[in-house]
Design a protein around this ligand. Sequence first.
Ligand code: SF4
Length: 100
Amino acid sequence: MAIKNPITAIAAAIKKSADIASYYATEGIDLQRVDDELSAQRMQICKSCKIDGKTGLIMPFYQCRVCKCFMHFKTTLLFDPVESGKQGEKVKTVCPLGKW
Ligand code: SF4
């Protein structure tokens, strides 16, 4: 889809960034962890994940091919700091494809 007015798109991106920064400034970043068993289960699913015939993880840093998150870290988190910032409320950490 073509962007009709790049200035409008840039302004919207700046506003979104300001909203995210404001959320972090007032709410902070919640890095509560899930228990070790759950994070290990999530990581196991990621390690066996296949997307279009390729591994779901990009090596060497175990990044998810879909969300580009570093999965050794993301699988340990109760709340997703990026999605929470975007949505302005705490959002549970999930696989973008619903695998966990
Ligand atoms: S988060 Fe989901 S899509 Fe990404 S590697 Fe893990 S299981 Fe696959």
